[in-house]
Design a protein. Structure first.
Length: 198
């Protein structure tokens, strides 16, 4: 696995840790591997402008002042569901490790002191996932409300006829919507539509 990002298309990574030295050190490490990395001491400050400066990946400490890493993850996800989150902590517990993935959508749960290789692997995986998510969202953003309804039902595995019955439309209308969805998303078939919906 390669750790360096393409310089012309540098992924943005934010590092959130109330330990100034550690946050800066992690950001420097990521910067040396080609990421546009920036450290933040306070998650609330990052949230205040995040909508205007989104990242591909956020590496965040769990134990911080007023807003912990899990609360921060919930709030940042509400703004940007396509950002990858990697948690780090000096006080690892199995419960937190499970929660970080199951409840808070974390990609990885790293113990401090950080293993550089594992951190770089997690960030690379996060950036790739985020880019895929953003691409899929861009491709489905042009769908009309009705096309989105049809899309959601098709990717759940319903046939054209079943979708027509559910929406009280003719099968021909569903076929027309399906053709439009395929044209707008560039998908060639149901398997690619399902992949877009994930």
């Amino acid at each position: 696995m390669t750790h360096s990002a393409n310089q012309s298309d540098r992924a943005t990574v934010y590092v959130v840790d109330d330990d100034r030295d550690l946050g800066a050190a992690v950001a420097r490490l990521l910067g040396r591997h080609g990421y546009a990395a920036e450290p933040f001491l306070d998650p609330v400050m990052l949230l205040s402008f995040y909508a205007d400066a989104q990242a591909h990946c956020i590496v965040t400490d769990i134990m911080m002042g007023d807003l912990d890493g899990f609360g921060f993850a919930d709030r940042v996800r509400a703004i940007d569901p396509a950002v990858a989150i990697v948690f780090m902590t000096a006080w690892p517990t199995t419960a937190n490790a499970v929660d970080s993935v199951r409840r808070y959508g974390g990609l990885d749960y790293l113990e401090k002191p950080l293993d550089e290789t594992r951190l770089l692997d997690a960030v690379a995986e996060g950036v790739a996932w985020s880019r895929q998510q953003r691409s899929a969202r861009a491709r489905t953003a042009t769908l009309s409300a009705r096309e989105r309804q049809v899309f959601e039902l098709l990717v759940q595995g319903h046939s054209n006829k079943a979708v027509a019955d559910m929406l009280e439309l003719s099968p021909k209308t569903i076929e027309d919507h399906r053709a439009s969805i395929v044209a707008k998303t560039g998908a060639n078939g149901l398997a690619q539509l399902i992949a877009l919906a994930r």
